[in-house]
Design a protein around this ligand. Sequence first.
Ligand code: ADP
Ligand code: ADP
Ligand code: ZN
Ligand code: ZN
Length: 813
Amino acid sequence: MTRGDVDGWVRVRGAREHNLKNVDIDIPRDCMVAFTGVSGSGKSSLAFGTLYAEAQRRYFESVAPYARRLLNQVGAPEVGEITGLPPAVALQQRRGAPSSRSTVGTLTTLSNLLRMLYSRAGTYQPGATHLAAEAFSPNTAAGACARCQGLGVVHDVTEELLVPNTALSIRDGAIAAWPGAWQGANLRSIVRGLGIDIDTPWTSLPRADRDWLLYTEEQPSVLIEPEAGRIDHGYYGKFWSARKHVMHVLSESQSERMRERALRFVQSIACPDCDGSGLRAEALAVTFAGRTIADMNAVPLAELAGELRTGVEAGAVASAAEGSEAASRIAADVIARVEVLLDLGLGYLSLGRNSTTLSPGESQRLRIATQLRSGLFGVVYVLDEPSAGLHPADARPLLDVLERLIASGNSLFVVEHDLDVVRRADWVVDIGPGAGDGGGQVLYSGPVEGLREVADSVTGRYLFPRSAMAVHEPRTPQGWLRLRGVTRHNLRETSVEVPLGVMTAVTGVSGSGKSTLVTQVLAHVVRGHLGTAAEGPDDAVLEVDVAGVSGVETFDRLVVVDQRPIGRTPRSNLATYTGMFDGVRKIFAATDLAKARGYTAGRFSFNVAGGRCETCQGEGFVSVELLFLPGTYAPCRTCHGARYNAETLEVTSRGKTIADVLAMTVDAAADFFADVPAASRSLETLRDVGLGYLRLGQPATELSGGEAQRIKLATELQRAHRGHTLYLLDEPTAGLHPADIRLLLDQLQRLVEAGNTVVLIEHDLATITDCDWVIDLGPGGGNAGGQVVASGTPRTIASGRGATAEHLAGWLA
Ligand code: ADP
Ligand code: ADP
Ligand code: ZN
Ligand code: ZN
C-alpha cells in the first residue's frame, strides 16, 4: 500500500446481487480501490449494486422514515452483511437525460455564487438600486427576460424554411409548411377567393402578398364556392398564415409527428431583447470588472478566472457599496472553484454551456469537482470509469483531483478499465473470470502488484503482459476525403484529409474539437452529399461552414454510431432495438397453444394491450416518486416484473415463457435459439462485440453509453454489406475491458476489410495503435485547439510532438 497501513475496512459477507457468487470480501477505506474485470463480470454489481445501494438504503432509513415503505418496494441489495460502510456518494455516468435548463454553472453551483457576486459587488448605474441575486437568474420570475421567458431563444419561421422551392406556385405546394390533403386544398381555395393567383410561381407574387400569406395574424373568412369533385356545397373557410399554422401546431397539437413536422419550419434564434442571455435589461446593466454577468457566462472558464482576478485586484470588491468583506470571500470562492475545473482540463467550457451538450465524461468531471468543494469527509465516492472520454494527458490531472478527495478524508471506489488508472490505485478488486454466470467471483483483492501472480485474471494478463504485442501493419489509403476551410466551434478555417478504405483514429485532448469534426462536420458533409437528414432535430440548423469538399462521392451510405441512448424509457430494450424480438414473438405465436387460443405475434408484445400486464402496461416496473431519488422504479406488484398477464405466460416454447426469454442473457439466448436463424444472427453479432452478458429485456435506461453504442454497432454489423459506407464512431472502447476492446477491434477491422471506411474518436492507446491512420487535433482545448497538429500512421504520430505523440511513443516503445 502506498498510503500507509489500512486502518479501516468495509467487510462484505455473502454478496449475491445479480451474478455475484456469495462473495465475501474486505475492502480498505481511505484510499483508492479499483474494481476491475471484463464487461459483465460483476464489478458494478459489487460497487454500485451492493456497496452503494446498501449505503443509500441506510441513509434513507435514517433521514426519511416515510421513505421506508417505498424502499422496501425498490428492494435491498442481496447481501448477508456489510460492516464498516461509510455513507456513499455515487458519481455515475449512466444517468437520465439532463434538464435542458441546466448548465455548467448550475451543475457546479457556480452560477449561484456569481449571482451573489453581481448582486453585492457589481458596478451599478448611478441611481440604480442593488438587485437581489435572483434578478441575475433567467430561471426566476425576477430575472427572466419577458420576451423569451428566460430561455434566451425565440422560435420563429423563416421564408426559406416555409417556402423551400420558390419556383413552385401555391397550387403546386410552394408553402411547404401548410398542411396537406383537405386542409391544404381548403387554404388554396381561400387564397384564390382572396384574389391571389395560385398558379403564379412564388417568386413572381408581389412581396406584400408573400409576406401576408406567410406572416399575417389576420384570419379572414372567405366564402368558398362549390368545386367540382372537391366540395358540393359552398362554405366559409378561415385563413391561416403559414406562421400562424406552424405556431398553432407547435403549441396545441397532441401529435408528436405533427409537431416534429412543424419544427422543420422554425428556426431558433437568440432572443433579440436579451441577446440570448435570458436576462432583463436591469440585470444586464450591472457589471463586474467591466463585464456583464451574461458576458461572464459566455467566456471560457479559463478566461473567467482571469477576469475575476482582475476584478478583485482592481479593487472592485473592496469598494463595493455593501458587504464588501462577504463579497471578496465570494470572489475568492468562485476563483478557487473555477481553478479546480481548470486543473481538470475543463477550462474551455463556459458557465452558460447547456448541460445537454456535454459529454458524459465532461459532466462527471464537473460533478467530481463540485464534490471536492462540498467539504464532505468520511464518505465513500463510488465512480463509474472516471477516465472515460479522457486523453491520457487529461487523465493525470483528474487522478490528482481524486487524490485530493482521499486526502480530505474520503474513500474512493472506482469501476475502471483504463490500465493507467488501475496502476495508480492503492488496491484492486478483480472480479471474474468471465461475464455473467461465468463471472461473479473475486479473483483477487490486494495491492496492484499482486495481480501479476493471478493466473485466472484477464486483467492481470493485460496489466502485466508476458509478450510484446503484435503491432498492426497500416493499410494503404484508397483515396482521400478532403475538407478545406472548416469553421465550427473551435475549428477555424481548418483543413482535414481523411483517408478512405482504412481505419482512422481522431485524437486530441478534451475540447480539442474531435466531436465537432467527426460527429458534426464529417457527418453533415456526407449527409449533404447523400441527401439524407439526420435523426436529431439539431442538424437542420447545424451551422457548418466548409469552403471545399472533395472525395465524398465514393460514399453511398453513412452510419453514425454514437453513445446516445437507444431509448429513453424502460420500454425499449436490446431485443426490440435489434429487431430480433419480432422473430421471437413469431416463434411463440406458432406454438400449438397459441394457435389454439388464436394468439398472434402481437399478443406477445408488451407495448400494446392484449397480452401485456395492464397494471404496469407492460413495463414490468412502476415508477416510484422518491423525493431524493428521481426516476426510481419498483417491480410491478401484479406481474412481478414479468410484463405479461398470466394467460400469455401460459404459452411456452421449449419450456420457456416469453418473459423467461426476456430474462435470458444474450449468451444464453444464443444457445437457446441456435437453430432459429432470424434470432441467432442478431445474437451472434451481439456476442461478437462483447455484449453476451446483457439480458435481452434489459431496459434501455439501464445501459451505459458504451453499451448503447455497441448495440448499435452490432445491429449495423448484422446487416453490414460490402460497400462504400462511412462509419463514424465516438469512442467505441469507452467502458470496455482491454479483452473486450480486442473483440470490438476485430469487428471494426472486418468492416474495413469489406471495403468500408471507419473513423473513430479515440483515447485508448491500444486502439489507436490498431488504426491505419491518426489525425491528431489540438494542441489544446477550446480556443487553444481546433487545428490538425499531425496526421499519419500511428508510428509517424508517435515520433512527432505533442500530448498524443508522447503517450503513443511510450505505448509503442
Ligand atoms: P460489470 O460492471 O462487470 O460490467 P455488471 O455488474 O453490470 O458487470 O453485471 C454482472 C452481471 O449481472 C451481468 O450478467 C449482467 O447481465 C447482470 N445484471 C446487471 N444488471 C442487472 C439487473 N438490473 N438485473 C439482473 N441482472 C443484471
Ligand atoms: P472534443 O470532442 O475534442 O472533446 P469538442 O468538439 O466537443 O471537443 O469541442 C471543441 C470546442 O467546441 C470546445 O471549445 C467546446 O467547448 C466547443 N463546443 C462543443 N460543443 C459545443 C456546443 N454545443 N456549443 C458551444 N460550444 C461547443
Ligand atoms: Zn430574451
Ligand atoms: Zn405488471
